[in-house]
Design a protein around this ligand. Structure first.
Ligand code: KG4
Ligand code: ZN
Length: 348
């Protein structure tokens, strides 16, 4: 069996990671020999809450204000002299262009002034490798379910950079559907945790939502219809607090069930023994319960990052950067990639 991380082949390194792809500023330091040395996160939720969703321009401006103070916090927390940092990793895509530019510019500037290489990291590769930060890290190969605000995909993973997409959403991402449905139900932003909380009080028998694209073969997803189904239900019903909870239950049940059905197909298709779940929706308790029972039945091991590393964070970027530091180019210019397929990444 191939080992998950071949540290010696890549050489020891200590990487500062910077995440700014959306509404969280995350900074961390990962050492290839000692593991995660420190991490800190600044969430912009309060900034965007009054607008009911992320305002890209405000996100970019807030990242600019917060990155450097967070770098100082993490260096102190890790009790680490900046001269021991051997590389700087930053999220170069996919994500909001302005937010990505803010983190990339700071990362390149720091790397230049510290005389170390800078490496641009794919945000979804960061999510996918986040479980490697845990003591019980998965070995390759595995099937990955990546579920976030911008992505919903299943991939066959043979090693770092060896990704084959088995299926992905043809419209909205599952996290986006959680956020939009929460808005329809007046539950606010971010929608995932809000729906999950409301669903706890929901009546499981009151509404049944469809399971999109499960009546045909394949591993693609569609989530825009579920959000519309929620909207139509809201328009038909007299909306009181209980009805909001009942709709939240039915939506979550359908969203999660659909993910589990496609995971089962992916495990059968690849004959995989391991399923890795990452991205913000991976924090959903109902999804965790359902995948636990599925993988137990299929005799498959299930891996997650710890809850705080399911959503955006600097630790996953520092880790992915540590794996790819040897691929860094000395070129000082940089290009952010708001859209970027995982399959375009080179192997390590
Ligand atoms: O990975 P992430 O932090 O950022 C992106 O890369 O998009 O994911 C954020 C998404 C949001 O759509 C949020 O509503 C969803 O993850 N989310 C959840 C939960 N916690 C966060 N969705 C369902 N249940 C949760 N507990
Ligand atoms: Zn993310």
């Amino acid at each position: 069996m191939e080992k998950a991380v071949s540290k010696r082949a890549l050489g020891p390194n200590r990487v500062l990671g910077i995440e700014t792809s959306c509404d969280d500023t995350g900074v961390a330091i990962y050492d290839s020999e000692q593991g995660l040395l420190g991490h800190a996160l600044y969430s912009q939720i309060k900034t965007h809450q009054e607008f009911g969703g992320v305002v890209p321009e405000l996100a970019a401006r807030d990242h600019i204000r917060k990155v450097i103070p967070l770098v100082d916090v993490v260096l102190k927390q890790a009790n680490c002299d900046r001269k021991t940092i051997t590389g700087v990793a930053y999220t170069s895509g996919p994500g909001l262009a302005g937010a990505l530019l803010a983190g990339s510019a700071v990362a390149k500037g720091l790397a230049y002034s510290w005389g170390v290489p800078a490496i641009g990291v794919h945000h979804m590769e960061g999510h996918m490798l986040a479980p490697m930060l845990e003591e019980n890290a998965p070995e390759f190969p595995f099937v990955a379910l990546l579920v976030s605000g911008g992505h919903t995909l299943l991939a066959e993973v043979k090693g770092v950079g060896e990704y084959k997409i088995l299926g992905q959403t043809v419209d909205d991402a599952v996290g986006e559907a959680f956020d939009k449905t929460a808005k329809i139900l007046g539950l606010g932003y971010p929608g995932g945790p809000a729906i999950s909380k409301a669903a706890e009080k929901g009546d499981p028998k009151r509404f049944t939502f469809p399971r999109p694209m499960t009546d045909r073969p394949g591993m693609d997803f569609s989530y825009s219809g579920l959000k519309t189904f929620a909207l139509n239900t809201v328009e038909k019903e007299l909306i009181d607090q209980q009805t909001v909870c009942d709709i939240a239950y039915a939506f979550q049940d359908a969203a999660v069930d659909t993910l589990a059905i496609k995971c089962k197909r992916a495990i059968l298709h690849t004959n995989s023994k391991r399923l890795v779940v990452a991205g913000g929706v991976g924090a959903n308790i109902r999804l965790r319960e359902q995948l636990r029972s599925l993988t137990e039945k299929m005799r498959c091991e299930l891996y997650y990052p710890r809850i705080e590393f399911c959503t955006d964070n600097g630790a996953m970027i520092a880790y992915a950067g540590s794996q790819r530091l040897h691929q860094a180019s000395p070129d000082l210019s940089f290009q952010v990639k708001p859209r970027w397929s995982l399959e375009d990444l080179p192997p390590v």
